[in-house]
Design a protein around this ligand. Structure first.
Ligand SMILES: *Cc1c(COP(=O)(O)O)cnc(C)c1O
Length: 489
């Protein structure tokens, strides 16, 4: 394999990319103008390369990226589906992309209309009454929702600081709860992988603000008891928050609001066509039922006759949770996506997502242990139980998939499944791609039986093999330490 070197190692003293023309104004040494404390001396050893070196270096690095545009990316819970190019085109229209947040309302009626309509589409899809487009991500939407709950109870003079969260929850759920000042009480899921109403009954008391669940949950299973659970929670004065990150299984088929959910965040970057992964902008609008609407963050868009205006003042609102409009261009993409798909298209997308996941589940269940064999929703969860006797783990399976050209699924989550392998194919993959993935998984299962050694040091084809992940995240090396000048020639 080709040897790859850091840009610093390619550096040659005195090599330059561009030579600006001679200046025709008086020259001053920048060191005389800039106070010493602002001068960076660690730029010592900054790489010196020709323009072509720079172009080649970064072009080559860009080919090492794995994305939905380069291959199958079945990362469970993340909904890594294809994001149609037309939505990007729409977001690039100048009226949207060059909009200034301080532009007066009369100059951006179109943008306000888009936000108003998008909010109403999302309310319709989720069965909610009011919605804020402010939050920048799913977790941010969760936090806003919980702050809304907290403001509601404060307003009524009630002290409810307990929140029930299932053991299958995404880590952001307890984290958002703690940030919003709630105490988390965990509720276990049953053998069927879902929550049972009698357990909620037992935990729900007058100090409990409500329950925060995910439907379908992170095992890819529909919480069948949600209506009963909601009526128990409501009868004790609590609310039902649904983490809406898994909405790709429900669009147009069932509405969370009709199941008794009072608050839900929508992950636009998962369900509604914005590329994500790698930290791009996201958007996590929060929808709520009428009772909670006055507490939503500001600003929100209101329509009076044929004008749209931003409401920036409301007595009960929790206030701003983000600057300006939120991640506006993500909203544009979601709007374009919903308009183009239409009611039937969204429903079809969810149905295909569910079909694909069940197809994988059925075809792989002989090769990999399937802890919850019932029909799944948009994702399925296996484990490494069958492979363990050969010393092969989920990590080995995931790493080996890289050699077959696939992004590994989500692993070791949800925590209730030991050695979990969580596969979410999404609706946008062809049967051929899904079959190729299944074949790869089957041959990995065969290797685990016959030739486990090949799995233990996979991936063989990637430029980076196995890294010490704990150390890489706890003690990342993000700064180049320049070697001796001699080394750089
Ligand atoms: C992705 C995800 C979240 C968090 O969403 P972000 O946009 O990454 O903050 C929460 N819950 C579940 C189930 C998710 O899959």
């Amino acid at each position: 394999m080709k040897e790859r070197r850091l840009v610093f190692e390619k550096s040659r003293r005195g090599r330059v990319a561009v030579e600006p023309p001679e200046v025709d104004v008086p020259q001053v040494d920048p060191e005389e103008l800039i106070p010493e404390k602002f001068l960076r001396d660690e730029l010592e050893g900054f790489p010196e390369l020709s323009e072509l070196d720079v172009v080649r270096h970064y072009t080559e690095l860009s080919t090492l990226n794995f994305g939905v545009d380069t291959g199958f990316y079945p990362l469970g819970s993340c909904t890594m589906k294809y994001n149609p190019r037309v939505d990007e085109d729409v977001a690039l229209l100048e009226g949207f992309s060059r909009l200034h947040p301080y532009q007066p309302e009369e100059h951006c009626q179109g943008a306000l209309r888009l936000m108003h309509e998008l909010a109403s589409y999302l309310c319709e899809i989720g069965g909610m009454d009011a919605l804020t487009l402010q939050p920048s991500a799913g977790a941010h939407g969760e936090l806003c929702g919980l702050l809304v709950l907290s403001a509601y109870f404060k307003d009524r003079g009630e002290r409810r600081d307990k929140l029930i969260i299932p053991d299958t929850a995404h880590g952001t759920n307890p984290a958002s709860s703690a940030l919003a000042g709630f105490r988390v009480v965990e509720i276990g899921s049953s053998k069927k992988g879902i929550i049972e109403p009698h357990d909620v009954e037992r935990l729900m008391d007058e100090n409990t603000a409500g329950i925060m669940l995910t439907n379908p949950n992170t095992l890819g299973l529909f919480e069948e008891n949600i209506k009963d659970i909601a009526s128990i929670v409501h009868s004790r004065g609590g609310f039902v928050y649904c983490d809406g990150a898994n909405l790709n299984a429900l669009m147009g088929i069932a509405r969370l609001g009709d199941m008794g959910v009072d608050l839900v965040q929508f992950n636009l970057h998962k369900t509604f066509a914005t590329p994500h992964g790698g930290g791009g902008p996201g958007s996590g609008p929060l929808g709520v039922k009428k009772e909670l609407a006055p507490y939503l963050p500001l600003p929100w868009v209101e329509k009076t006759s044929d004008r749209y205006r931003l409401v920036t003042d409301a007595p009960k609102s929790i206030g701003r949770c983000r600057a300006f409009y939120g991640n506006f261009l993500v909203m544009v993409k979601a709007y374009a996506y919903i308009r183009r798909m239409g009611r039937e298209g969204l429903k079809e997308a969810s149905r295909m997502a569910i079909l694909n996941a069940n197809y994988i589940k059925e075809r792989l269940k002989e090769d990999f242990h399937l802890p919850y064999p019932q029909t799944c929703m948009h994702e399925c969860v296996f484990s490494d139980k069958y492979q363990q006797s050969r010393g092969v783990t989920t990590m080995d399976i995931a790493k080996r998939l890289i050699d077959y050209g696939f992004h590994p699924p989500t692993i070791y989550f949800p925590l209730v499944v030991k050695g979990a392998i969580m596969i979410e194919p999404t609706e946008t993959e062809s049967p051929e791609t899904i079959d190729a993935f299944i074949d790869a998984m089957k041959s990995i299962a065969r290797d685990a039986r016959e030739n486990p050694a090949i799995l233990k040091d996979a991936p063989h084809s990637a430029p980076v093999k196995r890294v010490d992940e704990a150390r890489a995240s706890r003690r990342p090396v993000v700064r180049w330490h320049s070697p001796n000048d001699n080394d750089r020639g």
